[in-house]
Design a protein around this ligand. Structure first.
Ligand SMILES: [Zn+2]
Length: 288
C-alpha cells in the first residue's frame, strides 16, 4: 500500500499549512440532501434547514446564520424548484437558525412557538436584532401539539416542554415519517445543549426526546450534523437519562458542582454555553 509514503507527504504538507490558514478560504457551499421526492435538508452555514416542496410553494424549516447564508439557501431552493418560498417554520430562536431570514421576501408566513417569538422580541429590545426585526414570526404556536396543513403538506409541530430553549418546536412529517429536531439533537456534541438563559431545561429535554422517539419515524434531521437513526436518538436519550440520574444522586449527597463535574467526566464548557451537567445541577439545586 501507500503507507510508506505518507510521512513524506505529511512532512511536505506541514510546510504549506500555515500559509493555507493565513488566507481565508472561501466558505464551502451548502450541501443539498434529498430525503423524499419532495423533502430535502440543506447543510452548511449554521443550522441544518429543511425544505418541503408543496403544491404551489415551498415550506422551509430554519434559515441559516446570516443574510448571505439566507440568500444561498434561497438560491439552492431555486435549483430544486421554481415554486416560491411561502412559509418558514422556526425550530427555535438561536441566530444560526433564523438570522438568514433577513434575505427572505417580506410577506411570507413565519411560524414559531410563542416563546421563540418572545425571545426574539427581547433580542430586538436589547438592540441586537437587526437581522430579524423585519421577519418576526407571523403565526405563533402556543399548544403543545398542532397539525398544520400547508399547501397540500401535512405537518405536525410539537412542544412537549422547554428543552434546548423555552421556544422549541419539533416538526414532524407524518406521511414522509421524518422529524426535524432543531438543536434538541446536536450529534456533534457529547451531551444535549441546554440554554438556561433562554429557559431551556434538561428535564424538559428528556421529556421532549422521549416524545420524539415515540413518533413513527426512522429518520431525524438534527439541528447540526448528519441525519440520525431512531436508535441513535434512543442511545443519546439513554445516556442523558443516566447522566441526569447520576447528577441527581450526587446533588442529593450534597456534592458541589465542581465535584460533580469531575465525577461524571464533564467536558469543558464551550464559551458561554453551559455543559449539560451544569444545566442539570442548576435546575436541581434551584428546585431543592
Ligand atoms: Zn440552537
Amino acid at each position: 500500500m501507500l503507507f510508506g509514503k505518507v510521512p513524506a507527504i505529511l512532512a511536505g504538507l506541514s510546510v504549506f499549512v500555515p500559509l493555507a490558514i493565513a488566507q481565508a478560504p472561501p466558505a464551502a457551499p451548502f450541501v443539498v440532501h434529498q430525503l423524499k421526492s419532495n423533502v430535502y435538508w440543506i447543510e452548511g452555514g449554521g443550522g441544518n434547514c429543511g425544505v418541503i416542496v408543496g403544491d404551489r410553494g415551498v415550506i422551509v424549516i430554519d434559515a441559516k446564520t446570516t443574510a448571505a447564508g439566507g440568500k444561498e439557501l434561497l438560491d439552492d431552493i431555486a435549483k430544486i424548484t421554481p415554486k416560491p418560498v411561502t412559509t418558514v417554520i422556526e425550530t427555535h430562536s438561536d441566530g444560526d437558525h433564523i438570522n438568514g431570514l433577513a434575505a427572505f421576501p417580506q410577506g411570507i408566513t413565519i411560524i414559531a412557538h410563542e416563546n421563540d417569538k418572545k425571545e426574539q422580541e427581547a433580542v430586538i429590545a436589547a438592540g441586537r436584532g437587526a437581522l430579524i426585526a423585519d421577519h418576526l414570526p407571523t403565526v405563533v404556536v402556543s399548544k403543545n401539539e398542532d397539525t398544520l396543513k400547508i399547501d397540500g403538506v401535512t405537518l405536525q409541530v410539537f412542544h412537549w416542554a422547554p428543552a434546548h430553549t423555552s421556544g422549541d418546536l419539533v416538526v414532524y412529517l407524518p406521511a414522509e415519517k421524518i422529524v426535524f429536531t432543531g438543536d434538541i439533537i446536536s450529534p456533534q456534541q457529547p451531551d444535549p445543549i441546554i440554554h438556561p438563559e433562554k429557559n431551556g431545561s434538561s428535564e424538559g429535554w428528556i421529556t421532549t426526546t422521549r416524545g420524539m422517539v415515540a413518533l413513527d419515524a426512522p429518520d431525524f434531521v438534527p439541528g447540526h450534523g448528519d441525519v440520525q437513526t431512531k436508535a441513535a436518538i434512543q442511545k443519546g436519550l439513554a445516556d442523558a437519562e443516566a447522566k441526569y440520574a447520576k447528577i441527581k444522586d450526587l446533588v442529593a449527597q450534597g456534592k458541589s458542582l465542581d465535584e460533580i463535574r469531575v465525577a461524571v467526566g464533564d467536558p469543558p464548557a464551550r464559551g458561554r454555553v453551559v455543559t449539560f451537567t451544569e444545566a442539570v445541577y442548576r435546575e436541581l439545586t434551584k428546585k431543592g
